[in-house]
Design a protein around this ligand. Structure first.
Ligand code: ATP
Length: 192
């Protein structure tokens, strides 16, 4: 998968809509302190399905919405869209959050769940926690990581992280089915 384009509107310091074309190869973001370099990387992780406000330096998810300045009023929503080239062609993922209404995702114009978006990226060996997105302090974190955390990084890089999600879901379904079968046995026993 290759990210080709990112569009942001109302996300953190990116109050006006802005579109960034990402060329093939390694992309670095440079600029003065506080200009929004980390916010840009966070926007990419957010549209990929990041669910933890803390890892986006916020207390709640709505903190990603432009909070206003002394000269500009706050916004009511934030939206990030990402265009990616995948083995199945171009895919456009959009995540939007509105105050009081939570997040919604769209994949190629269709409403989807967070899980669908996260799996799309996980299966393509990328995603919100991918080592391909190198934010500040990330190199030090990789060096200091525990073996289990390193294993997670390797699994994400290998594109098998999504299998864990599917296994957990299958296990839940299996437990539900076992409970249903037990209940059915009880009912049959009562009828005999
Ligand atoms: P540094 O090089 O110092 O790490 P940076 O370029 O990575 O800086 P960011 O941390 O991305 O900069 O951006 C910080 C700026 O974003 C701050 O000015 C902060 O006020 C602004 N900001 C963060 N969240 C919001 C928000 N919800 N609404 C408006 N502005 C925000």
């Amino acid at each position: 998968m290759r990210i080709k384009k990112v569009r942001l509107a109302g996300f953190k310091s990116f109050v006006e809509p802005v579109e960034l074309l990402i060329e093939p190869g390694l992309t670095g973001v440079v600029g003065p302190n506080g200009c929004g370099k980390s916010n840009l990387l966070e926007a990419i992780r957010w549209v990929m399905g990041e669910g933890s406000p803390k890892s986006l330096r916020g207390g709640g998810m709505e903190d990603v919405i432009f909070a206003g300045t002394s000269t500009r009023p706050a916004r009511d929503f934030a939206e990030v869209s990402l265009l990616a080239e995948t083995a199945d062609g171009e895919q456009e993922v959009v995540r939007r959050i509105e105050r009081g209404a939570g997040s919604a995702y769209r994949l190629n114009g269709r409403d989807v769940r967070q899980r669908d978006v996260a799996l799309l990226f996980a299966d393509a060996a990328t995603g919100a926690h991918s080592p391909a997105l190198v934010s500040q302090g990330r190199i030090a974190a990789v060096i200091a990581a525990k073996p289990t955390e390193r294993r997670q990084m390797l699994e994400e890089a290998a594109g098998i992280a999504g299998l864990h999600v599917r296994r957990r879901e299958a296990e839940i379904k299996l437990r539900q089915t076992e409970t249903n079968l037990e209940r059915l046995d009880e009912m049959l026993g009562e009828m005999e």
